[in-house]
Ligand binder design. Structure first.
Ligand code: DX5
Ligand code: ZN
Length: 224
């Protein structure tokens, strides 16, 4: 099943509740929350208080993408604030196995993320413990960047490994996902589509979400 996870990074923070509602009316089934610390990535965004507020206004799962150093220090705080899914970067976690188990110990779905320059092979020892793998299709830090096509073969590789090893993780993609790129990522095997600019950048988030989901679902039907 294809799911759309709008990234609130591109939303109007002064009207966050309204915008999240509009995106969910358009079919979004997960809310993607980008947490940046100004160290791991060159930008600062939001912390636990915003997650806590989001928790009050939506029942959709909150997908917290941690782009921070020392993720283990903050996993419990985000879980307590209301995160349902928590992903950590392979590049930011010194003890990836430990970080992922820490996420699971808080009853959250555990995800691992790879940057555009990080190969899928680096995940071989954790693929059996994650609930999802997030493939970055831009360098993390900002919304509205151009899609990096190398992500497509990584998605395909992850789908192949999953069937070869009979694993269950889901495949998420993040960065530059829009009407012109969604077909390629879905055909390669992506199931959870993060989109910031394409949903909240211009126009009506509800209609944008609907349009993106429609394009994704059509691409999924012509897959194999
Ligand atoms: C980038 C973030 C993304 C970003 C996606 O660092 O992880 O979630 O908001 O935004 P778009 O869809 O605009 O590329
Ligand atoms: Zn993200």
């Amino acid at each position: 099943m294809i799911e759309l996870a709008p990234s609130i990074l591109s939303a109007d923070f002064a009207r966050l509740g309204e915008q999240v509602r509009a995106a969910s009316e358009g079919g979004a089934s997960v809310i993607h929350v980008d947490i940046m610390d100004g160290h791991f990535v060159p930008n600062l965004t939001i912390g636990p208080p915003v997650v806590r507020s989001l928790r009050k206004i939506t029942e959709l799962p909150l997908d917290c993408h941690l782009m921070i150093e020392n993720p283990d220090e903050f996993i419990p705080v985000f879980a307590e604030a209301g995160a349902d899914w928590i992903s950590v970067h392979q590049e930011a976690s010194r003890h990836l196995n430990r970080s992922l188990h820490l996420v699971k110990s808080h009853d959250c779905q555990a995800g691992v993320v790879i940057n555009p320059a990080t190969p899928v092979d680096t995940l071989s020892e954790v693929l059996d413990i994650v609930d999802y793998v997030l493939v970055m299709s831009v360098n993390p830090g900002f919304g509205g960047q151009k899609f990096i096509p190398g992500a497509v073969h990584k998605i395909r590789q992850l789908a192949q490994i999953r069937s070869q090893r009979a694993l269950n993780y889901r495949i998420e993609v993040d960065g530059g996902v829009a009407l012109d790129t969604v077909g390629d990522v879905v055909r390669a095997g992506a199931e959870i589509l993060v989109a910031g600019n394409a949903v909240f950048g211009a126009g009506d988030p509800r209609r944008n979400a609907e349009g993106l989901l429609k394009a994704a679902t059509e691409a999924a039907m012509v897959k194999v």
